[in-house]
Design a protein around this ligand. Structure first.
Ligand SMILES: [Zn+2]
Length: 86
């Protein structure tokens, strides 16, 4: 049991729990196409004139389907990297 703030994904909704990725084929660390299914709750705040501002987005559920390297255009070499690993 520890209080690692990056490991709270099992309780309640998370807002910023995206892992980092790395392409082992070309070394890319920064450019990826991520295909995901998300269920979110958003606070839609309309002005009297009807203009919408989304003031708060809460991710209730997220499932990453695939991650492709932008440079290789392939998911083959992409691995998730533990952000705390340096
Ligand atoms: Zn690549």
């Amino acid at each position: 049991m520890n209080d690692d703030p990056s490991d709270d994904s099992t309780t309640g909704p998370t807002t910023a729990a995206h892992p980092r990725y790395r392409c082992t084929t070309c070394g890319n660390l920064t450019r990826f196409d991520v295909v995901a299914t998300r269920r979110t709750r958003e606070f839609h705040h309309y002005s009297v004139g009807g203009d919408l501002t989304v003031e708060q987005t809460e991710t209730l559920d997220e499932e990453v389907e695939s991650v492709s390297c932008r440079w290789c255009s392939s998911p083959a070499g992409v691995v998730a990297v533990d952000a705390s690993d340096g």
